[in-house]
Design a protein around this ligand. Structure first.
Ligand SMILES: *Cc1c(COP(=O)(O)O)cnc(C)c1O
Length: 340
């Protein structure tokens, strides 16, 4: 397919094969030099560590075009650092930060035709990941690994306008205390599939998970952190060691404080506080912020005052400011925007 013929605005969030992807193999205690390949398939031993014991972790970030026509990524250094933490917890070899950033640059450069133009709302989603590739039948870490980065174009998140979400408080748990909730491991997603399909069947967009130790505090959804806005305009995000440290959420909290002059708070948020909030949003790379209109807690409907029609005013300001920083229309903090 000729990339230029793509109708960017009608793209969804799905896999589209692009031209080249980055691959590096780990063997005998070291990473090889890495290379780009046109081969999108991965051929593995039937007993590979990833297939038997799910030894894998991943990252997600986007390349896009700014207003002045540059191709950029948003804070890829934080993705590199987070993947290092994931690898350590999964007993996988670390892929060095500089090499991670180089792999991102190489993957975007090799697929430049697939980077959507400014104003399309679309972007080139990048998926770095690593998995245990040699045969392991006893439960132990693999000794060989593959690190890859592929790119796939994704459409605008709020196609056809913003529709606030209806979410439920889940009876399923996402992350055990002292478990793997704080890292981007594939296993966290595998075990969330039952809950998300069930939520959809019951008419909900997402699950809000509670802390599984006491089921008293709000944690996050399966793939996004949560922000609340209090009635007096304070931005609050749950604090817990089992929440995945979202780069978007950390950036939004900075924007709230430093750009918008809002009070910010990272602290445990109790379920019984939900009714006191004015706005709620889910944050992650995909949407930046997706507003929540309604939270259902076992039959009790909590309707956020921001309603089911649009983002709340503070959420909108946060969204517009971070989008502006990303798109180059608002000056970015040092190092946030990396040109490719
Ligand atoms: C990836 C992810 C997020 C969002 O993180 P970003 O870095 O903002 O994209 C939030 N929660 C979970 C569980 C995730 O896996």
């Amino acid at each position: 397919m000729c990339a230029k013929e793509i109708d960017w605005s009608s793209l969804g969030f799905g896999y589209v094969k692009t031209d080249l992807r980055y691959v590096s193999d780990y063997k005998d205690g070291k990473w090889d030099d890495g290379a780009m390949t046109a081969d999108e398939t991965v051929v593995l031993n039937e007993c590979a560590g990833v297939l038997q014991y799910a030894q894998t972790c991943f990252e997600g970030l986007k390349a896009y075009t700014t207003e002045d026509g540059r191709t950029v990524c948003f804070r890829p250094d934080l993705n590199a650092e987070r993947m290092i933490e994931s690898c350590k917890r999964m007993r996988m070899p670390v892929f060095p930060k500089e090499r991670f950033l180089d792999a991102i640059v190489k993957t975007v450069s090799a697929n430049r035709e697939w980077v959507p133009p400014y104003g399309s709302g679309a972007s080139l989603y990048l998926r770095p990941y690593m998995f245990g590739s040699n045969a392991v039948i006893g439960v132990k870490p693999a000794t060989e690994y593959q690190f890859r980065v592929f790119a796939t174009p994704v459409g605008p998140y709020f196609k056809g306008g913003v529709k606030p979400l209806t979410v439920r408080i889940s009876d399923f748990d996402r992350a055990a205390p002292h478990g793997t909730g704080h890292i981007k491991a594939g296993l966290n997603y595998a075990m969330s599939l039952y809950a998300i399909v069930d939520a959809h069947e019951q008419g909900f967009d997402e699950n809000i998970y509670l802390d599984s130790g006491t089921r008293t505090y709000i944690e996050e959804t399966g793939g996004a952190n949560i922000l609340f806005v209090t009635k007096d305009g304070k931005v609050v995000t749950p604090k817990s060691s089992t929440i995945l440290p979202s780069i978007t959420r950390r950036s939004l909290m900075y924007v709230a404080k430093e750009y918008l002059g809002l009070e910010v708070e990272e602290r445990p948020v109790r379920v019984d506080e939900l009714e006191s909030f004015a706005e709620c949003g889910l944050c992650g790379t995909a949407a930046v912020i997706s507003p929540v209109g309604k939270i259902v807690d076992h039959g009790k409907e909590i309707c956020l005052p921001s309603g089911m029609g649009d983002m709340g005013p503070v959420t909108k300001k946060l969204y517009d400011t971070l989008r502006g920083i990303q798109m180059g229309t608002i000056p970015a903090p040092e190092g946030w925007i990396v040109e490719i």
